[in-house]
Design a protein around this ligand. Structure first.
Ligand code: DAH
Length: 339
């Protein structure tokens, strides 16, 4: 009997194969239910008492060698790449989690929010489907006022009082109606204009509106806050205020920052002037304060409006606004890690 086991030990020791079928055959032949090892174990009781010990040791030896051989063959088979199941290939790279990225508009919006949040502004929101009062009339833009044409509006034909808001300035009206000064709020959100879609303009875009109302708010506080903002966002502190017109502010201004003229891109985006317009602002018109039940004799304030797409295009050097709305993965995944 023992000599038979020894024969099998020799046979197992000399086994060599990378073929998965051969390996499986070997396993069944030795370790299977009807294989050699279980047969030898079942014969154990017939073995003479004096031989039992060496018989037992021999079977264990055979079992050990068989298992070692199987493991060795498996490793060879895997490193040879000849396995047909990917789950058995221990050398394959681990599967990775595909991490998404945040949309560039959200990234810039959050940066702007962060900058103002640090100096005490809270965040307010309003509806995108607005009424005429909040979008126009309360902002000193009565019906038939020519300045309404500055913003091509989506109206609802059967109910022209309802419209898609053309700017986030409507949120300042809502906020002033519900709160008493001091008011320090910024309102980020989506706005709509009935404009032809091109690389420079879209019918949907995003703005952040800022509003500060208190006693003794002056134009110099406005200048200071905008200087703080441009330094924080662009790292640039040369700005200028150009007189402008908005119906809801008096005086009104547009803010330019000095971008520089160092590269060809600088030339292109600043049209050779080095200056770049980034936002509109002004002192809230007393009429607007009265419309929102705030006494203009007691309080004054400033407001400003920033286009998020414009800032994102500048900071990331994106030259087509449509890219923000197409959801092309090749565009979006470039913002990975910019959380
Ligand atoms: N609502 C203006 C627009 O959409 C932007 C703006 C300008 C907002 C001046 C303001 C402001 O609050 O003071 O063009």
């Amino acid at each position: 009997m023992i000599s038979e086991i020894e024969k099998r030990i020799k046979e197992a020791s000399s086994f060599k194969s990378k073929d998965p079928k051969e390996i499986e055959k070997f396993r069944l032949k030795f370790l299977g239910k009807k294989g050699h090892i279980s047969y030898f174990f079942s014969e154990f009781k017939k073995v003479k008492e004096s031989d039992k010990k060496s018989y037992g040791l021999a079977i264990n030896e055979l079992k050990k060698i068989t298992i070692a051989k199987l493991e060795e063959s498996k490793i060879k088979e895997i490193s040879n790449g000849k396995t047909n199941s990917k789950f058995e290939d221990l050398t394959r790279p681990v599967s990775t989690f595909e991490l998404g990225s945040r949309h560039p508009i959200s990234i810039i919006r959050d940066k702007i929010i962060d900058i103002f949040y640090k100096i005490g502004f809270n965040i307010s929101e309003g509806p995108e489907i607005e009424d005429d009062w909040h979008n126009f009339t309360a902002l000193n833009l009565p019906e038939h006022h020519p300045a309404r044409d500055m913003q091509d509006t989506f109206f609802i034909q059967s109910s022209p009082d309802i419209l898609l808001r053309t700017h986030t300035s409507s949120v300042q009206v809502r906020y002033m109606e519900k709160n008493i000064p001091p008011i320090r709020t910024i309102s980020p959100g989506r706005v709509y204009r009935n404009e032809a879609i091109s690389s420079r303009s879209h019918c949907i875009f995003h703005q952040v509106e800022g509003l500060y109302i208190d006693d003794q708010v002056s134009f110099s506080s406005l200048k200071q806050i905008i200087l703080y903002f441009t330094k924080a966002l662009f790292g640039k502190s040369k700005i200028r205020f150009r007189p402008s017109y908005f119906p809801f502010t008096e005086p009104s201004a547009e803010v330019d920052i000095f971008w520089g003229l160092e590269s060809e891109t600088d030339y292109r985006i600043t049209k050779g002037t080095g200056w770049l317009e980034i936002m509109g602002c002004g002192m809230v018109d007393p009429n607007v304060l009265s419309n929102c039940n705030i006494d203009p004799e007691k309080f004054s304030g400033y407001a400003f409006g920033i286009g998020i797409e414009r800032i994102a295009m500048l900071l990331y050097q994106i030259d087509d606004i449509r890219l923000f709305f197409e959801n092309d993965i090749r565009f979006l995944e470039q913002f990975k890690g910019k959380l």
